[in-house]
Design a protein around this ligand. Structure first.
Ligand code: 6R9
Length: 645
């Protein structure tokens, strides 16, 4: 397919780099990574400059990743203090509340004061360098203050998305051994409130040693434990507005972020300080063609990695104005995002395909009549973008003048690995195009593990050498880090994604090849949903697979076998959906539940997920070989009673 869109003359003349520069820089980055990153590492401020650049090994027996290892720095100083001489009065954060009538501009000077005070509050509560702090917050400026305050004192934050349940919060707090949780009274979203403080109370019921710092967001009623709970606004008044940034090593941890994998509990992905900040800031500048003075808006939540790298750390390290949005794209109606773009004159807009599809489904009338002339670059992240959504984004939102950057990356990668650069890379709808500087993708044959070296290739995506933003380990479980990413295909980092490379060397990500499903751009491990279901007293067994969903990309399809003597019913179906929501959170709600008297298993008892996926996709004609099943009869029953027709 050769549906190439070349960048407009305007885009090219404005761009930081052109195609030839991209090629030269890319060559330099992979032929001499030490020289390339040694130079680009200087884009941030170091307290003690590094003398070593890259020290990494993907050898399965000795996986070790270190960048700039003898340098020292402070992330908060890089994101705030160093901009003060030039930008004290420039807006650092535009906060757009859930309520369309309320927004706030926070200057770099104000950000400095808030973060210093917040850091002193953390100090006063006993938080020290290296301690873990969990954030469970709405999209409010205090979420960014809290992240930067942790960074200022060398504490390690771990953000738990505010849509997660008390159980999910509690297990993450326990896993990382946090001494403090920061939450808010309530989180307003789409005109409704989530009782965050009440959720945190439940999560901490069995963790008596953990303190709770509470932001007053709505002023709603909350239960109060005077032994444990502290109001942020009261403490902020009490402490000094001065706080020296702590000197931390490049390889000291910056944050832990839990993400779903194909097996077991979510993993604590650990990112460190120096390499991460260099990579987040550099990708933010180049991929979005960020220029001084641009108003930049990423619609993600800080609970996901996109919010870490491209709402807070990347943009602020670059001295940008970053917009933080508390609400949802479809409330009060489907024009909200475009109203916000018009109101704040947004130049760069970065969102997820699921949002684009939802807005496209509501009709063009929500975009028409709104002045979107400020927009210059549009971004997409989280899942493959289908060409129909790409075309709509291009035509209706971008009016055909804004390059679309389809950015492929992961929680584990810390920053964008494959994406076009505006002005340098001709795009193709649905392709993430070419690797960023320093990134060496390889397409592997999934069976032999051999690299397919021809330009045109199809297989699984691996990366053959390290880049500065890469995760360093799974918190508390380095063996799991090695076995998840470096064991299956020795010598490379395995991404878990399938991929195709076309005749122009462009990459097309085809989706996960493991038991991870991508629901509205959020990663869910099928094993997590299964273990939530079997925790219900009436459920004996369950198998969960993804199926194509018009808006969400993938939906959750659960096969459930009930305990002997239990009867299927509509009530029970609803009860199970509510159960999973309360065990994990609304994003894990099964869309379809099929009662399964039996599951297709091999004689050794392994569930044949391939068959379950086919039935869930309503594509049961080609089930392939079912002769190895212990009881082939169960398949007929499952087809007969399939839920997705
Ligand atoms: C940043 C983020 C990672 C998984 C990844 C892949 C999918 C993300 C994509 C994409 C196709 C894109 N993914 N961006 N697939 N095209 N532009 O989303 O991190 O939540 O860890 O998810 O998302 O499957 O492996 P994370």
């Amino acid at each position: 397919m050769n549906d190439m869109r070349t960048p407009s003359a305007d885009t090219v003349s404005h761009a930081l780099v052109d195609d030839a520069t991209y090629r030269t820089m890319y060559q330099a980055s992979v032929s001499d990574p030490d020289a390339f990153w040694g130079e680009h590492g200087k884009r941030i401020d170091w307290i003690k400059p590094y003398t070593k650049v890259k020290n990494t090994s993907f050898d399965y027996h000795n996986v070790s990743i270190k960048w700039f290892e003898d340098g020292t720095l402070n992330v908060a100083a890089n994101c705030i203090d160093r901009h003060l001489p030039e930008r004290a009065h420039q807006t650092a954060i535009i906060w757009e509340s859930d309520d369309p009538g309320v927004s706030q501009h926070i200057s770099y000077q104000e950000l400095h004061e808030q973060v210093c005070r917040f850091a002193n509050v953390l100090h006063a509560m006993g938080v020290k360098k290296g301690d873990r702090v969990v954030l469970y917050l709405p999209m409010i400026p205090q979420a960014a203050y809290a992240m930067l305050a942790c960074a200022r004192i060398g504490a390690v934050h771990s953000i738990v998305f505010a849509g997660f349940s008390p159980d999910a919060l509690g297990s993450r707090v326990a896993d990382c051994g946090a001494k403090l949780v920061i939450t808010a009274d309530e989180a307003p979203r789409g005109g409704r409130q989530t009782a965050l403080k009440a959720n945190a109370d439940k999560a901490l019921a069995k963790l008596p040693e953990v303190k709770l710092l509470v932001v007053r967001r709505t002023g709603g009623d909350v239960a109060w434990n005077p032994e444990r709970d502290v109001w942020l606004h009261e403490e902020m008044e009490r402490v000094s507005a001065h706080c020296e940034p702590v000197e931390v090593g490049a390889e000291d941890p910056l944050f832990i972020l839990y993400t779903s994998g194909s097996t077991g509990k979510p993993k604590g992905v650990l990112h460190t300080t120096g390499g991460y900040l260099v990579y987040a800031s550099m990708t933010h500048q180049y991929v979005f063609d960020y220029h001084d003075g641009d108003i930049y808006w990423c619609t993600a939540d800080v609970g996901w990695v996109t919010g870490h790298s491209y709402i807070v750390y990347g943009p602020l390290a670059n001295g940008a104005t970053t917009l933080m949005f508390e609400g949802v794209p479809t409330w009060p109606d489907a024009s909200r995002c475009w109203q916000v773009c018009e109101k704040h004159k947004v130049n760069i807009f970065y969102t997820a395909p699921t949002a684009i599809r939802a807005l496209m489904g509501q009709g063009d009338q929500f975009v028409e009549g709104i002045d979107l002339s400020s927009l210059r670059v549009l971004g997409s992240v989280g899942e493959p973008i289908n060409p129909e959504a790409w075309e709509w984004y291009d035509r209706v939102v971008g009016k055909g003048r804004c390059p679309i950057v389809d950015t492929w990356w992961q929680t584990e990668t810390g920053g964008i690995l494959i994406a076009p650069l505006p002005g340098a890379t001709p795009t193709k709808p649905g392709s993430a195009t070419r690797p960023f500087f320093g990134v060496q993708p390889a397409v592997l044959d999934p069976h032999s593990g051999e690299e397919i070296t021809g330009t045109v290739a199809e297989g699984v995506l691996a990366i053959t050498d390290s880049w500065p933003g890469q995760m360093r380990t799974v918190y508390g479980d380095h063996d799991r880090f090695v076995s998840t990413y470096f064991e299956q295909y020795k010598g490379s980092y395995f991404t878990g994604d399938g991929c195709r490379r076309d005749e122009d060397g462009y990459y097309w990500i085809t989706g996960r090849v493991d038991d991870v499903i991508n629901v509205s751009g959020h990663r869910m491990g099928t094993a997590e949903v299964e273990s939530a279901l079997v925790a219900h007293p009436k459920v004996s067994e369950s198998a969960v697979v993804g199926f194509p969903h018009r808006i969400k990309g993938q939906g959750i399809y659960a096969y459930v076998t009930l305990m002997h003597g239990e009867e299927p019913s509509e009530e029970l179906r609803k009860e199970l959906v509510a159960w999973v929501r309360s065990e994990i959170g609304p994003i894990a709600s099964p869309d379809l539940i099929q009662w399964a008297p039996g599951l297709p298993k091999t004689r050794s008892g392994k569930i044949m997920r391939r068959i379950l996926r086919k039935i869930a996709e309503n594509d049961y004609a080609a089930l392939g070989d079912t002769s190895t099943l212990a009881d082939p009869g169960v398949v007929d029953d499952l087809i007969e009673n399939r839920m997705n027709r």
